[in-house]
Design a protein around this ligand. Structure first.
Ligand code: 57M
Length: 326
């Protein structure tokens, strides 16, 4: 964690200057909240800083003979690559479109299915779905584990992406969720603690604490530059990668439902879009002034930092609820 935060804060200024030189700046949709128009040209693809932070410290400090460390690193980087292609497409077309939704979904599904199949084939424990608070309840998913894991990874990746619409809004809950999952994965990977807490023991998953420490701390280092008013946005290269990292860890440690609780802000953002689209299609009326929900509060007149910090507060509360299930 210390390596990551120092590295990200250290390389940040040079990385941002490099993005500026390349003129990799954000294009802003003109139908969004007016306050966002002044953000035009803010360098994007700062997620590269986060990916460097994660990879350098994980490769330095984690046990590289651990399969879960590699699965998480590879999933994170492949989703980051999809995001990179999307970002570059947006920049070169000078529009906010990028890859089509279908192309993005296809490549995300391909990677997520690969990860899910690997985890199913090389599992050491049965593919259980665990229910928080009910220690004795579990469901053996069998082969259904593969589509379920796919759903969690792709869903998490897209939900973090939707959340990334205000300065620091996505990194804040990512820091709390990754830190909470650091504790969960350490517990799941420790035979004595796992037995004591009556949670599934997943041999080797404790090493993911290193990976998650680097995720949380890289986001913290990035937040130095992304906090309001942001000097850089993470771009899809960051948001898709971070969501996939969280989804993959949840699937490995059998904490999929806890991810939905801990990452409740991401879930709320995604649900707000679904509710808005369904309601508009069926009744012609909107539920929110604008979806995702952070725009709704902006249009209600809340200052951007107020929306951001309040979402962070909720996210910390959700992290505490998640830990209480132990
Ligand atoms: C990501 N990205 C930001 C930045 C960031 C289906 C529909 C709901 C999809 C959704 C959408 O496109 N979501 C994708 C949202 C964009 O940020 C870039 O994207 C990266 C993440 N992928 O890293 O590079 C803008 O967000 C702002 N921003 C910040 N600070 C940050 O740290 O201020 C981002 C990071 C940036 C900047 O302004 O330009 C985005 O919002 O585009 N679409 C929407 O979110 C749109 N909603 C909408 O159309 N709602 C409809 C329906 C379809 C539900 C409705 O309510 O009726 C809104 N987005 C924008 N304007 N920009 C609405 C209009």
């Amino acid at each position: 964690a210390i390596t990551s935060v120092l590295l990200c804060m250290g390389i940040g200024p040079a990385f941002i200057r490099w993005l500026q030189k390349k003129q990799w700046g954000q294009t802003i949709r003109d139908d969004g909240p007016k306050s966002h128009l002044s953000k035009k040209g803010t360098p994007t693809m700062g997620g590269g800083i986060i990916l460097i932070g994660i990879s350098v410290s994980t490769l330095l400090w984690a046990d590289l003979s651990n399969k879960y460390v590699w699965v998480c690193l590879i999933a994170t980087f492949l989703f980051g690559l999809i995001g990179y292609v999307d970002d570059i497409a947006k920049i070169s077309q000078k529009s906010s479109k990028g890859l089509t939704a279908r192309q993005k979904f296809f490549f995300q599904s391909l990677v997520a299915l690969g990860v899910a199949t690997f985890l199913y084939l090389y599992r050491d424990t049965p593919p259980l779905l665990k229910f928080p608070f009910f220690k004795t309840w579990s469901l053996n998913l069998g082969l259904l584990f593969v589509p379920f894991a796919w759903l969690v990874i792709v869903g998490a990746s897209n939900a973090v992406n939707l959340t990334d619409g205000l300065d620091g809004l996505a990194v804040g809950p990512t820091i709390t969720t990754a830190s909470t999952f650091l504790v969960l994965s350490y517990c799941a990977g420790h035979i004595v603690i796992a037995e004591y807490l009556q949670i599934p023991y997943v041999a080797g998953s404790g090493e993911l604490a290193i990976f998650l420490g680097s995720v949380a701390a890289s986001c913290l280092g990035f937040l130095w530059f992304n906090t309001y008013p942001a000097q850089v946005f993470m771009g899809d290269v960051g948001s898709l990668a971070l969501g996939a990292a969280l989804g993959t860890v949840a699937v490995i440690t059998k904490n999929e439902i806890l991810l939905a609780i801990c990452g409740g802000i991401f879930v709320l953002e995604a649900l707000s879009v679904m509710a808005q689209v369904v309601s508009f299609k069926m009744t012609g009326k909107r539920v929110f002034k604008m979806a995702p929900i952070h725009h709704h509060f902006e249009l209600k007149g809340w200052a951007e930092p107020k929306v951001i910090v309040r979402f962070w507060i909720i996210s910390i509360l959700l992290a505490l609820v998640t830990l209480s299930t132990l």
